[in-house]
Ligand binder design. Sequence first.
Ligand code: SF4
Ligand code: SF4
Length: 198
Amino acid sequence: MRQSLHQENISRIFIENPTICGMCATNGPTCCQCGIKEEELVAPLSEAELRRIQKLAPWVENTTFVVREKNSPFFISEMAKLFPDHPEDIKSSFPVDSFHLRLAQNSIGQCVFLGPQGCLLPKAARPHFCNLYPFWFIGRNLHAFENHLCLALQHRNSIPKMCTELHTHPDDLFQAYLTLCQDWGVAPPSQDLQVEIQ
Ligand code: SF4
Ligand code: SF4
């Protein structure tokens, strides 16, 4: 989910890095834009994440930035791929024919918060998936998504170098992932485990 569950379209944002994400946002498309008719794959937004946006970016109250999206079979199957060890949690948190919240997109699939130079939200207010992208964890193992459009991935030599380039750290990413699991209703990996870079 790149905001879309599609690895090639999903979310992200480390816009404070002008050399990569800022350039990506200026040139487009970024991971903040999903393909036509791919809105169902935009990452879910938990109630906790919604409240955090409202608290840290109160100006959003003047905008329509959240929509309800049906838990389609495609959405559920892509969610299950993100959490291969927790299929039951996905079924429970995102039951068939129920709904989840997600950020709204404009007519060309851009996130409502995407500005000409990147995300308009402060980093602390952004959804967890946005702050993790282009990284992801399977258990305690840190991976990077495949996305040929992502400039950060194009320039990467290694995950540690990507982290440095994107002004983040594996331990910070793991904490964000733990909070995401909690907010999305998925059992998190043990906090005592060391992060392993794949
Ligand atoms: S909230 Fe910001 S980082 Fe997340 S998809 Fe929207 S514009 Fe991108
Ligand atoms: S460089 Fe990658 S992470 Fe940064 S905005 Fe572009 S697609 Fe997203």
